[in-house]
Design a protein around this ligand. Structure first.
Ligand code: SRM
Ligand code: SF4
Length: 588
């Protein structure tokens, strides 16, 4: 076996992807973005800058609903930017929220704020002319959008509900520390967006901007991290590249250390059998004082071994596949200067959020408000965005955006509970919904996402209405099935960890996957391909009827469809996700 193959570096025989050139030539991510900001002839960015703004947490998009119309009129697509804030653990203060809300009302084409499933918020539809104002506002509020997109460590997730664990504050501090430790060191963000200063690569101080952890070409691909406290897997930890599962020291009641799991990721490409979703695998345990060293060693291993030739095979799970888990562990240990200890026992019993009020061990109250697909917008019958603003005006604690696109009004004193409850009810932030809806998720998709193949957020409410009817018809409306829609196989809606997962194939058509589980530890398998939502509902009607009558005590839908043989489990996605012999029916 060649040395390269043994080390998992065979990809080096191929030319590097163009993104590698772009990063290297970017003058530490500055590019010529400032020149493009002055160019009034287009609403967008040119050349490399189109990609470079992503390192600063923005994407260029256009309104896809009117794309064809504008093309007919020979107009440039209606271009604007998506911004994604960096908010480790999703915590934001009410006074910050008031300003965030004001900017959205004044400047966003869509007049909305979108909570994401990585615990932050997005603005959609910000014109190029307002970008510096937007970043200066974030800066004033002590916020930024550095590294929330592209080839860096993204917003770090952390269990959001401080209810039952005194460890929550510690876990949150670690999420923040990991996020900061893995940030790029370049001043590019500040120069471009805050001071507006043009800096040339010949300027001598740029030499000090070397990136000791990320490297001057940054990471081969996006990278995702989560910190989680059992027993509630509210961050869907198995989907992240790197995960820290907090373990308590029973004597001190403090965090003793973390089990580290690596290589989760949910995207694949239709028909590309070299791509697959996978759950994170156990690497080992480290005491709390070695957390940053472990994080850094894993990241630098991915930096040096990750595939820089083929971006479809560049995420950490493919690096681990190439190096083998043992080989990867050895490399990380040699960088860390210590061995991982054996994984400490841990168990997750639940996923998702607990909607409604809960009292924490600190005697403070926390209200989790359900926000369908995380979309805060004012509709005549459901003015959620204004409701959040009204809460921000009076709330004395903080807000926590969850990894399930909901928001927690956290740390409410007993005497303030009534007022918060009244406002939340008045604006629909507390309302009656089924368990099924509470546990459903969708990605954004149309009209803003350029990669969307089928609708997601815009069809979820009605799809769940219909599924609710089916659940009621079979008398299982008190139960739920984790149901998720994602507009394309990139998998942002995390359908690859759902019991019922819909993956967009074309406008109005989806692949139906079944057989994930409630705990979120199993990838669902393709059941029917390229079918409509009506066809999916009709399939589910029959399957839910069987589940309602034939299930074992407490058996989830995903477990049931496997047990009775409706679908075969995905056991090791690397080898069996695409196995045609295991896919029951292919409908085209
Ligand atoms: Fe995502 C790209 C939205 C979570 C996998 N994702 C995109 C873009 C930026 C489209 C693009 O590249 O132009 C989408 C913008 C749509 C829009 O208009 O807002 C987009 N992703 C989202 C969000 C907003 C979905 C949501 O409904 O909440 C989530 C933002 C999270 C955040 O705050 O950072 C979001 N994306 C995810 C997740 C779920 C997660 O991280 O828990 C995944 C699957 C997990 C994973 O990473 O494997 C995910 N998004 C992708 C991918 C596929 C990556 C890959 O490895 O191939 C892309 C495309 C890409 O990177 O090339 C993508
Ligand atoms: Fe866009 Fe696809 Fe992600 Fe949905 S899953 S937001 S359609 S990239």
């Amino acid at each position: 076996m060649s040395d390269k193959k043994q080390k998992g570096l065979e990809w080096q025989d191929n030319p590097l992807s163009d993104n590698e050139r772009l990063k290297e030539e970017s003058n530490h991510l500055r590019g010529t973005i400032l020149d493009d900001l002055e160019d009034g002839l287009t609403g967008g960015f040119k050349g490399d800058n189109f990609q470079l703004i992503r390192f600063h947490g923005m994407y260029e998009q256009d309104d896809r609903d009117i794309r064809a119309e504008r093309q007919e009129e020979k107009l440039e697509p209606r271009k604007f930017m998506l911004l994604r804030c960096r908010l480790p653990g999703g915590i934001i203060k009410p006074e910050q929220w008031i300003e965030i809300d004001k900017f959205a009302r004044d400047n966003n084409y869509y007049q909305s704020i979108r909570l994401t499933n990585r615990q932050t918020f997005q603005y959609h539809g910000v014109p190029k002319t307002k970008l510096q104002d937007m970043h200066r506002l974030l800066h004033k509020l002590g916020l930024d959008s550095i590294a929330t997109a592209s080839d860096m460590n993204r917003n770090v997730l952390c269990s959001s509900n401080p209810v039952e664990s005194e460890l929550h504050q510690e876990a949150y501090e670690w999420a923040k520390k990991i996020s900061e430790h893995l940030l790029p060191r370049t001043n590019g963000y500040l120069d471009v967006w805050i001071s507006g200063k043009k800096v040339q690569s010949s300027d001598s101080f740029l030499g000090q901007e070397d990136e000791p952890i990320l490297g001057n070409r940054y990471l081969p691909r996006k990278y995702k991290t989560a910190v989680v406290l059992p027993p509630l897997n509210d961050v869907d930890l198995y989907s992240n590249d790197m995960n820290f599962v907090g373990i308590k020291d029973e004597k001190t009641g403090k965090l003793a250390g973390f089990n580290v799991l690596v290589g989760g990721g949910l995207s694949f490409e239709h028909g590309n059998t070299k791509t697959y979703p996978n759950i994170a695998l156990e690497l080992g345990y480290v005491p709390v004082e070695d957390t940053l060293k472990a994080a850094e060693s894993i990241v630098t291993t991915q930096r040096d071994f990750g595939n820089r030739a083929d971006r479809k095979n560049a995420r950490l799970r493919y690096t681990i596949q190439n190096m083998t888990l043992e080989g990867f562990r050895e490399e990380v240990e040699s960088r860390m200067g210590r061995r991982f200890e054996a994984i400490r026992p841990f168990e997750f019993t639940e996923r998702g959020d607990r909607i409604g009020w809960v009292k924490g061990i600190d005697k403070k109250w926390h209200l989790t408000c359900f926000i369908e697909s995380g979309r805060l917008v004012d509709k005549p019958d459901l003015p959620l965005m204004t409701g959040m603003l009204e809460l921000a005006k009076v709330h004395k604690g903080d807000f926590r955006i969850t990894a399930n696109q909901n928001i927690i009004i956290a740390n409410v004193a007993e005497e303030d509970k009534r007022q918060i409850e009244d406002i939340a009810r008045q604006y629909g932030l507390i309302r009656k919904i089924t368990k099924l809806r509470e546990n459903a998720m969708s990605c954004v998709s149309f009209p803003t996402c350029p990669l969307a193949m089928a609708e997601s957020e815009r069809v979820l409410p009605e799809f769940i209405d219909e599924l609710d009817k089916i659940m009621a018809k079979h008398h299982v409306e008190q139960d739920y099935i984790v149901t998720r829609i994602t507009g394309c196989p990139n998998g942002c809606g995390r359908a690859m960890l759902a019991e019922i997962g819909l993956v967009g194939k074309a406008v109005g058509r989806y692949n139906l996957h079944l057989g994930g589980n409630i705990a979120g530890t199993r990838i669902p398998r393709l059941y029917k391909e390229n079918i409509t939502l009506d066809e999916i509902l009709s399939e589910l009607d029959g399957l839910i009827a069987r589940w309602a009558t034939e299930r074992d005590q407490g058996e989830g839908f995903g477990d049931f469809v496997l047990r009775v043989g409706i679908i075969k489990p995905v056991v090791n996605p690397v080898v069996d996700f695409w196995d045609e012999n295991l896919i029951p029916t292919v409908t085209v």
